[in-house]
Ligand binder design. Structure first.
Ligand code: FDA
Ligand code: NAD
Length: 434
């Protein structure tokens, strides 16, 4: 098969790829210079929709509705958008071999792509229970959620098992968002996770208490401090029950597993420097290999604000890192430089009629403020993180757009906190004082 040559290749067709394409267009790219290679069958889209609107019982979100860049209020890049600009989209094309020394990528079907500059945007894959040999974990109707195909399969099962029982394994982002959306579909929902409270990577016990109370009020059963050790299935191979460590058993028609992600770096092993499980980059997302950049979930980059290398698995960073890499590539061609990436971590989630945002770093002492009673008709509460006398992180449930942008400003500015008790009393009013 003939080799295809491109000045720029983006490997991966997810969020970062889409935002990188838009930035290339802004900066100026000639027809035939840029290719995106994706194993997915569709053009880049806003992945967060899959665990939310895509699974709604009424008027679910569907493509082309949520192609990038609608998630950040930008233009929607339909497949025609790429075509009109001579940006080649190679869809349903999985790259199985990468040789960074010869600048070549080989697809499963044997096509070879030669690049001048490569942007690695392969994102993450799910961790599977079969990876740890959990008994029966390959039964039918045990679902994971990473791409549109996964979401379609889950959607079909939800429709097929009307009023059935769902067990959600995992108490992280997927667990909480899927627990809510399956409940909205009128299923009987139980959630199981090993930690003492949900989302321990970010939530404090005080924050989690609100969400666990709210979910319980919606009729969701929460089982903490245990894990799924096996699954029973029927003669058709469909899951029927989840066996828990400690002896419990939960009936299940559907199981959704969200036990974490793993950055897709395998193709590059031994060819590029890695750190903290990701591909190590500088503040321009340049890797240790010339002309190779890495963005989004796979990049371990310098988080300037905190003076350390970090990897971030959230959509805001996927968008911004992609834009930064393209700006840096284009600037370097003209012998110029761009400013270093100076990222303020931003995570968010939405479930039921709840909505929270978090900015900054969740380290140090915490102060909980506001009304976190799950029975309240419109609860609004938050938490500040204080490290070495400075406010470094802020979480807010139920904030207005103005309040959310104000907590972002505070987390970026890191003001001194003289009196923690006063801060707790001031709560959200602290940001207006500031
Ligand atoms: P992304 O995963 O978006 O894209 C990677 C692409 O590379 C995929 O198209 C993949 O198929 C392709 N690929 C990988 N290997 C390949 C190969 N060998 N050959 C060809 N193609 C290959 N974040 C947030 O902040 N708020 C939120 O609400 C959510 N919600 C959310 C819901 C769900 C269901 C998921 C799975 C994730 C989220 N996230 C999120 C996380 C967010 O979506 C994630 O951080 C970004 O999508 C990362 O963007 P990337 O482009 O790095 O990877
Ligand atoms: P996660 O890391 O958020 O949560 C994993 C959870 O799995 C842990 O909190 C723990 O409760 C649980 N767990 C671990 N091992 C377990 C076991 N053996 N049995 C039961 N539970 C176990 O990961 P996730 O929720 O799977 O999300 C996957 C990826 O998708 C992440 O990159 C995440 O950032 C992203 N995502 C983000 C959002 C968002 O930002 N709103 C939404 C959905 C997904």
């Amino acid at each position: 098969m003939a080799e295809k040559h491109f000045k720029y290749v983006i490997l991966g067709g997810g969020v970062a790829a889409g935002y990188a394409a838009r930035e290339f267009e802004k900066q100026g790219v000639n027809p035939g210079e840029l290719a995106i290679i994706s194993k997915e069958a569709v053009a880049p889209y806003e992945r967060p929709a899959l665990s939310k609107g895509y699974l709604f019982p009424e008027s679910p979100a569907r493509l082309p509705g949520f192609h990038v860049c609608v998630g950040s209020g930008g233009e929607r890049l339909l497949p025609e958008w790429y075509k009109e600009r001579g940006i080649e989209l190679f869809l349903s094309t999985e790259i199985v071999k990468v040789d960074l020394a010869s600048k070549s990528l080989t697809s499963k079907s044997g096509s070879t792509f030669i690049y001048g500059t490569l942007i690695i945007a392969t994102g993450s894959t799910v961790i599977r229970l079969t990876d740890f040999g959990v008994q029966g974990a390959d039964a039918k109707n045990i679902f994971y959620l990473r791409d549109v195909d996964d979401a379609d399969k889950l959607y079909e099962a939800i429709k097929a098992k009307e009023n059935g029982k769902v067990v959600i394994v995992g108490g992280g982002y997927i667990g909480l968002e899927l627990g809510a959306v399956t409940k909205l579909n009128n299923l009987d929902v139980a959630m199981v996770y090993p930690e003492p409270w949900c989302m321990p990577r970010l939530f404090t016990a005080g924050i989690a208490e609100f969400y666990e109370g709210y979910y319980a009020n919606k009729g969701i059963q929460i089982i903490k401090g245990t894990v799924a050790i096996g699954f029973d299935s029927n003669a058709n191979g469909e899951v029927t029950a989840v066996k828990l460590r400690g002896g419990g058993v939960l009936d299940a028609d559907i199981v959704v597993v969200g036990v974490g992600g793993r950055p897709l770096t395998t193709l590059f092993k031994g060819q590029v420097e890695e750190e903290k499980g990701g591909i190590k980059t500088d503040a321009f997302f340049k890797t240790s290999v010339p002309d190779v950049y890495a963005v989004g979930d796979v990049a371990t980059f310098p988080l300037k604000l905190y003076g350390e290398q970090r990897r971030v698995e959230h959509v805001d960073h996927a968008r911004k890192s992609a834009e930064q890499a393209v700006k840096a590539i284009k600037a370097s061609e003209e012998g110029k430089t761009v400013e270093e990436y100076d990222y303020l971590p931003y995570f968010y989630s939405r479930a039921f009629d709840l909505s929270w945002q978090f900015y900054g770093d969740n380290v140090g002492d915490t102060v909980l403020f506001g009304d976190n009673n799950p029975e309240s008709p419109k609860a609004k509460f938050g938490t500040y993180w204080i490290k070495e006398g400075k406010l470094v992180g802020a979480f807010l449930e139920g904030g207005t757009p103005e309040e959310n942008s104000a907590i972002a400003k505070v987390a970026r500015a890191q003001p001194s906190v003289q009196n923690v008790d006063e801060l707790a009393k001031d709560g959200l009013a602290f940001i207006s004082k500031f």
